[in-house]
Design a protein around this ligand. Structure first.
Ligand code: SF4
Length: 501
């Protein structure tokens, strides 16, 4: 569908980014520019700023006005708002009026998230709550009135924010606290939907040892600086890729080094993603236990064997159950399981069966991702054959996961959104009370410095005063990581030191 937009040029790009996400198949044309194309629909916006903000969005088809949305905003005239807030609000009002007029034209809301397209809606909520001084009730009203977020999603946001608050420390207490993320960018095989830093181990054996040597160098150097700066490590998260792709011997060496450099009695959480069960065995689980891992992740994604084979996971459902039960026997009392809703070929009944099996295992955390079509994934290259469920089915599937989590006594504690997810839906982490992953919350809300080590790891340097953020990226490619390790480590240490001192 071709849509012509008549909107002030300074808002055009922002409206375009929103519509490209909400209606990916749409072709947009700027009516302020010379237009030679015929368009199917036209939206003309009118703006009046004499008393607050009034925006009209008129939707026209074949020369006739089909519908109109008028939004009036006098609330922005309150003294608490700055000139910058006013400018921002105009843009939000323009976007919401277009969102609403198009939703009306299509007969249903374009997205339950309204005009919110960012990855971290809860971060916005915390900003409104903590830095702008609004109450929870006012924050909820803003999500509704300004962003057009549906009631169900507002309830989710508020519930998550309230749980997260317990773990978000005031700025003066975060100054000298950091978390560590360590990335092992190798996997036994590449899942066809994946776009993470993940290199099939068999094809990269030749650089694997050099990668571990480089990683050891980074751990040693950064560890020394963390000690010199007197930093307390709050949480450690080993992810990837699949960290348990390391042999037991390699894993032991790595855990020894990590413990030596970063583990103190003040460590609050230590997570290892043992994501692919084809890389886990009793020896490795015992090792993780010995090194005081507090939380592990065993990720089936689905308990349907046909789907597992289709997406290239190369392990069985039976192995997921066996490894989970073994981990329980060995005393792991905080186990997460990741699921994906909307996997190729899956129907509602398939997901319902997966949830039955998950309920029988009874994990302590359940992380539910909505299928995202990543540009770099193999799936994206064969999208036509993918047999993805419809948006309606995906919505129903996500609702089922919420019910299953509730039946397991798990509550939503963190959430985020990604680009190109089916039906524009979200990813939610559920947990038993007291077993929420602190790292996940800190990483999502960007309220504490996270030092990223290893392949593809991102360091987030957070200034405690204003939560401003500086990111440093370790190369995803193991070859580049090995090549650049000294220079990247030097830069990381220098920036960390400037931030702390
Ligand atoms: S196990 Fe995870 S990181 Fe590895 S290929 Fe599959 S989705 Fe990607």
């Amino acid at each position: 569908m071709k849509l012509g937009l008549d909107v002030e040029s300074k808002y055009y790009n922002s409206v375009k980014s929103m519509l490209k996400i909400l209606i990916p198949q749409i072709d947009l044309f700027n009516l302020n520019e010379l237009l030679t194309e015929e368009v199917d629909l036209v939206i003309i916006t009118e703006l009046e700023l004499s008393q607050g903000i009034t925006v009209k969005a008129n939707l026209i088809k074949e020369g006739r006005l089909k519908s109109r949305k008028v939004i009036e905003d006098e609330e922005i005239l309150k003294k608490i708002y700055t000139k910058k807030d006013f400018e921002r609000r105009i843009k939000q009002r323009v976007k919401l009026s277009i969102f609403k007029v198009l939703s009306k034209y299509f007969g249903s809301s374009l997205s339950p998230w309204g005009i919110l397209i960012g990855v971290r809606p809860t971060k916005l909520g915390h900003y409104l709550l903590k830095r702008r001084g609004f109450s929870y009730q006012e924050v909820e009203k803003k999500f509704k009135d300004i962003y057009g977020v549906a009631q169900e999603k507002r309830a989710l946001l508020l519930q998550v924010m309230k749980t997260e608050r317990k773990y978000l420390l005031p700025p003066q207490e975060t100054e000298k606290r950091v978390s560590i993320y360590l990335g092992i960018p190798f996997c036994p095989s590449r899942c066809n939907y994946c776009s993470f830093a993940s290199y099939p181990i068999q094809e990269h054996r030749d650089c694997f040892n050099d990668f571990l040597v480089a990683l050891n160098y980074e751990l040693e150097a950064v560890g020394q600086q963390v000690e010199e700066l007197g930093l307390t490590v709050d949480t450690i998260y080993i992810g990837g890729g699949t960290p348990t792709v390391l042999s037991a011997e390699q894993l032991e060496k790595l855990l020894n080094k990590l413990t030596e450099k970063f583990v103190t009695p003040k460590l609050r959480e230590f997570t290892v993603e043992a994501g692919r069960v084809d890389t886990i065995n009793q020896t490795k689980l015992k090792l993780l236990k010995r090194f005081a891992t507090t939380r592990i992740s065993i990720n089936p994604q689905t308990m349907n064997q046909t789907t597992l084979d289709r997406i290239g996971r190369q392990h069985t459902v039976k192995r997921v159950k066996d490894i989970f039960n073994l981990a329980r026997q060995l005393g792991f009392d905080n186990i997460n399981m990741d699921l994906i809703v909307g996997l190729p070929g899956e129907k509602i009944a398939d997901l319902a069966e997966t949830l039955q099996q998950i309920k029988r295992l009874s994990p302590d955390n359940l992380t539910v991702h909505t299928m995202a079509i990543k540009r770099a994934s193999q799936l994206n290259r064969n999208l036509e054959q993918a047999q993805l469920p419809s948006n309606k089915e995906v919505e129903q599937m996500l609702a089922l996961t919420k019910d299953a989590a509730a039946q397991l006594g798990l509550n939503p504690y963190y959430m985020y959104r990604q680009k190109n997810t089916l039906a524009n839906l979200e990813n939610v982490g559920f947990a038993e009370r007291g077993k929420e992953s602190i790292y996940n919350i800190l990483m999502m809300e960007e309220r504490q410095t996270i030092i990223g080590l290893g392949g593809g790891a991102v360091t987030k340097l957070v200034a405690p005063g204003d939560w401003s953020l500086q990111r440093l990226f370790n190369p995803k490619s193991p070859f580049q990581y090995i090549e650049e390790i000294e220079e990247r480590t030097t830069e990381k240490i220098a920036k960390l030191t400037t931030l702390i001192r």
